[in-house]
Design a protein around this ligand. Structure first.
Ligand SMILES: [Zn+2]
Ligand SMILES: [Zn+2]
Length: 407
């Protein structure tokens, strides 16, 4: 029987659920559940994580087997009770991974990306980065170390991951009786809120009893205000991924003495200097146009996201059969396109050069396929010539970067 790569179907399934949620939000007259820029940025980050996951997931799984084969404490045979114990153990490890993700700067740098979204819908669930996946894998290694078989662990992680997707929605109201045991969308919504009483609460992913046990449970009372206490005022793909690492570095530079430097990296995010981010934003994001404007020509952005999604679906499905050049080309193409989408939302000055870089990747890969890589400078010359002859950059500014004011 032909091997079917089921992972490829996660993408269409994701969009189906987002579409259903969007339709329901409209039907219930709650259009504010979705925000255009935020959704694009959430989906872009999700695509990048799924894309890079193709390259690292085999290493993650290999690590579980390596630890199980060489260092396991016990040999646990599979049974219904063991599966139940594994569900509990997985969520317990998650609780501490997640809690430390909020309490330690270095871990928060990866996890903060999940909390940028000021919308709370299925697209927010996609806001996971590869850095976060790497740190999480470090925590998951505890399970094969205890003696749970890696196959069981991997199955459980898929179930656990799928469960948390469905807790990112406002379409389902409070289901109070379920909250005694399970994390519901309302419980997780509180975790995503920036209201004082909701801060640092509800770390569990499937069960609420860890939070109850360790005093971090909070049920929904007032309507939560979603997002960070200090919102990131940028949709830049790169800035969203890296800003907090820069903040840590800046704090580390400012700190004097070992203890202060240590806590810059491993201390609490609550002690981060709040003047660092605005200072870095002035340095790195200075070419943004005014915030009250948004892109008029959105179809260009939709087409690019669509191409990324289709590209990623095919890449996932055929990943095992492709050669390295094809994988590198597809990955670079999708990543540049995602950076482009983020830059389009902010009308950054350098997008135009990114367009050239992408074109350069496409032509070079074509020449590689045609076994004529020696001619790679030919299209570059053609690009420079057409730029000179038709002043493409001005046309690009006029057509693609048209702005309209936001009401
Ligand atoms: Zn969190
Ligand atoms: Zn979440």
């Amino acid at each position: 029987m032909e091997h079917i790569n089921f992972l490829a179907f996660a993408m269409p399934a994701f969009f189906l659920f987002v579409y259903l949620e969007f339709k329901l939000a409209k039907k219930r007259n709650r259009p504010k559940l979705f925000n255009y820029e935020s959704s694009v940025s959430n989906i872009s980050i999700g695509i990048a994580e799924r894309l890079l996951n193709l390259f690292v997931s085999a290493t993650f799984y290999g690590l579980y087997y390596f630890i199980y084969d060489h260092y396991r404490l016990f040999t646990i045979q599979s049974s219904i009770w063991v599966w139940l114990a594994l569900i509990l153990a997985t969520d317990f490890v998650w609780y501490w991974y997640h809690r430390l993700g909020h309490e330690v700067n270095f871990f928060w740098a990866a996890h903060i990306v999940h909390h940028h979204s000021e919308e709370f819908n299925f697209t927010a669930a996609a806001r996971i980065t590869t850095f976060q996946a790497i740190i999480r894998t470090g925590f998951w290694c505890i399970l094969p170390f205890i003696g749970f078989h890696p196959t069981m662990v991997i199955v459980m992680l898929v179930v656990h991951g799928a469960y948390s997707f469905f807790t990112h929605t406002q379409i389902v109201g409070r289901i109070k009786w379920l909250e005694y045991v399970f994390v519901t969308p309302s419980v997780h919504g509180v975790h995503h809120a920036s209201d004082e009483k909701y801060l640092d609460k509800n770390y569990g992913d499937m069960f609420t009893f860890w939070d109850r046990m360790f005093g971090t449970f909070q049920e929904e009372e007032e309507q939560p205000k979603y997002g960070l206490t200090h919102p990131l005022k940028s949709f830049s793909f790169l800035w969203q991924h890296f800003h907090y690492y820069f903040e840590i570095y800046e704090l580390w530079k400012r700190s004097r003495g070992f203890k202060a430097k240590w806590s810059a990296v491993f201390g609490s995010p609550a002690n981060m200097d709040q003047d660092i981010r605005p200072m870095l934003e002035r340095r790195f994001l200075q070419d943004r146009t005014q915030k009250r404007c948004r892109l008029k020509f959105r179809n260009y952005l939709y087409v690019q996201l669509g191409v990324c999604v289709i590209g990623l679906t095919f890449l996932t499905y055929y990943f095992g059969q492709l050669d390295t050049a094809a994988k590198v080309f597809a990955t670079a193409f999708i990543l540049i396109t995602l950076i482009n989408c983020g830059a389009l939302l902010e009308q950054r000055k350098w997008i135009y050069y990114l367009e050239y870089l992408r074109l350069f990747f496409v032509t070079t890969y074509m020449l590689y396929l045609a076994d004529s890589l020696g001619f790679f400078l030919f299209p570059v010359g053609l690009m420079i010539l057409s730029e000179q002859l038709f002043s493409l950059s001005t046309r690009y500014q006029k057509v693609v970067l048209q702005l309209e004011s936001v009401k």
